[in-house]
Design a protein around this ligand. Structure first.
Ligand code: HEM
Length: 506
């Protein structure tokens, strides 16, 4: 019995194990990136944990990650099995799918439609939605968090299905939020019995397993919601009223891409769910960082004012003349990465590296948080300091080798790298410039007028981490700019109208 849970010879080092459990009793269930980083400082940039008989490898070293995840990407492209996800979505959810033929078909479809050129064609609606975000901030500044959520959902929805979501209380949005919320509760630790650790639980009959009923219920909700979206997009296209959405492209190439209707449904849901949540988390985190760092906000605003002026809104091309704003975007990713541990990969074959053997089927986490907060690499890593990216390409201390880092590091690794990143770049760039140009972001004040500080550590649990609800004061930087926002919003109605056929519930 002693050997169950023990760390096998040849594995990278790690915390001492106990029989049967290995390190399972130590495994953090909340904010694991903090514990993983603490262990990295003790056991190094490559260490292992035993969870029962399974192996988890944690990489907190960009050079190790580059070798194992990028260069040996073919061997580390699997995902660990998540039984609940497989049961609910038949293993067809692109983000969580194992590395098999179904996955390859989905990924090929994503690569076909999410190219930088294709993304560029969707700029008009991205820009129009970004104007609505400013308009919403102007008129209901207290609802800025839900305005960002709506924006992020709507922009992906327009690009994917050709239909926008003009209000947060829209029926499509409510359905989507319900589905993603219910699934995240079910899949979170404690949401269901630990079927991945104790596989025999999978065979408990449904009448005794509430979680199986819950999988079925969520699956039915997803089916109804996403097929409705697909059918609407298809009908619009067949009526000759298409607006160039990604799904229209998929319909046109469905046979070549090898996509069944069922797969097409999951393709849409994977992109919608991942894209909306990550974009929204990033933008909310950016606002939080601005509120917490008024001096930095001011430097960025002054740069925008010099380049853009007060007579027009920023455009994407302005970014090349805004080095400080570009540095601020990179710093926002570093300071609070949207996915602090990325999404775990798994090995498809055993890998020898640095004298260790990582077995087939091991789960691999790249601890992006730990890399980005490594004091050997970054000067005062806990500080929000865009200037570091003006000093060196990857923000590292001068004289330190930061060449294993890259600007796309927050978007993942190897064959699994985020296929939506080009869309994300445009969204992040447009909105960062717009928000800085238009508004001041200040702490809320108490009844005596004292500023209430925000907590830059108060983030949600889960794979994609968003700030917990916080309050701030958002005020237009001038009456002139407020007027430009109003008139741009009116002008955007022409772009919006192409995405408003068949809107329901607001
Ligand atoms: C701030 C924005 C975003 C961030 C920080 C982000 C980050 C990530 C990360 C870390 C991964 C995991 C990569 C890996 O396994 O190594 C990922 C995967 C993925 N992302 Fe994004 N993402 C963003 C926006 C988007 C958008 C806008 C879309 C869709 C339009 C999208 C779709 C996906 C999909 C489908 C995957 C799964 C890829 C696979 O498993 O092959 N993401 N993203």
């Amino acid at each position: 019995l002693q050997k169950y849970g023990a760390r096998e010879k040849g594995l990278p080092p790690g915390p001492p194990t106990v029989p049967i459990l290995g390190n399972a009793h130590l495994f953090p269930t909340e904010f694991p990136h903090f514990k993983f980083t603490e262990w990295a400082r003790k056991y190094g940039g490559l260490y292992s944990l035993k969870v029962g008989t399974g192996t988890v490898v944690v990489i907190t070293d960009a050079a190790v990650a580059r070798e194992l995840m990028d260069k040996r990407g073919a061997a580390t492209a699997d995902r660990p099995p998540i039984h609940i996800a497989e049961r609910t979505m038949d293993g067809m959810q692109l983000v969580l799918a194992r590395y098999n033929e179904t996955y390859k078909t989905l990924r090929k479809a994503a690569a076909t439609i999410l190219t930088p050129q294709a993304t560029g064609q969707h700029l008009p609606i991205q820009q129009a939605e970004a104007v609505q975000l400013l308009y919403d901030f102007l008129h209901s500044p207290e609802s800025f968090l839900t305005a960002i959520t709506r924006y992020s959902y709507s922009v992906i929805h327009c690009v994917l299905y050709g239909k926008r979501v003009p209000r947060y209380d829209n029926e499509d949005m409510k359905q989507f939020e319900k589905i993603t919320h219910d699934f995240s509760v079910l899949v979170a630790p404690g949401g269901a019995p630990p079927v991945d650790l104790i596989p025999i639980l999978q065979y408990v009959p449904e009448c005794f397993a509430k979680w199986k009923k819950e999988c079925r219920r969520i699956r039915n909700l997803q089916h109804k919601h996403y097929f409705t979206m697909l059918n609407e997009a298809k009908d619009r296209m067949l009526r000759g009223e298409g607006n160039g959405s990604y799904m229209e492209q998929v319909f046109k190439q469905q046979k070549e891409l090898g996509m069944s209707d069922e797969l097409t449904k999951y393709f849409g849901s994977s992109l919608q769910e991942t894209g909306a949540e990550t974009t929204s988390s990033f933008l909310q985190g950016l606002v939080l960082a601005l509120v917490a760092h008024p001096g930095i906000q001011k430097i960025a605003q002054e740069e925008i004012d010099r380049v853009v002026g007060t007579q027009r809104m920023p455009i994407l091309d302005d970014l090349e003349n805004l080095p400080y704003v570009r540095a601020m975007i990179l710093e926002a990713h570093r300071f609070r990465p949207t996915a602090p541990l990325g999404i775990p990969h798994a090995t498809l074959s055993a890998q020898e590296y640095q004298g260790y053997v990582i077995p087939e089927g091991a789960t691999i986490f790249v601890n992006v948080w730990g890399i980005f907060h490594d004091p050997d690499l970054f000067e005062n890593p806990e500080e929000f300091k865009p200037e570091r990216y003006l000093l060196t390409e990857n923000g590292t201390k001068p004289g330190v080798d930061g060449s294993a880092l890259r600007h796309t590091l927050p978007f993942g690794w190897g064959r699994r790298i985020c296929p939506g990143m080009y869309l994300a770049f445009d969204t992040i760039n447009i909105n960062t410039m717009n928000l800085l140009w238009a508004f001041d972001f200040l702490p809320e004040v108490d009844s005596e007028g004292n500023p209430i500080p925000v907590d830059t550590f108060a983030f949600s649990k889960g794979i994609a981490s968003a700030p917990l609800p916080f309050r701030c004061r958002i005020t237009p930087r001038s009456a002139e700019k407020a007027k430009i926002i109003q008139s741009q919003f009116l002008e955007a109605s022409e772009t919006f109208s192409k995405f408003e056929a068949g809107l329901s519930g607001g």
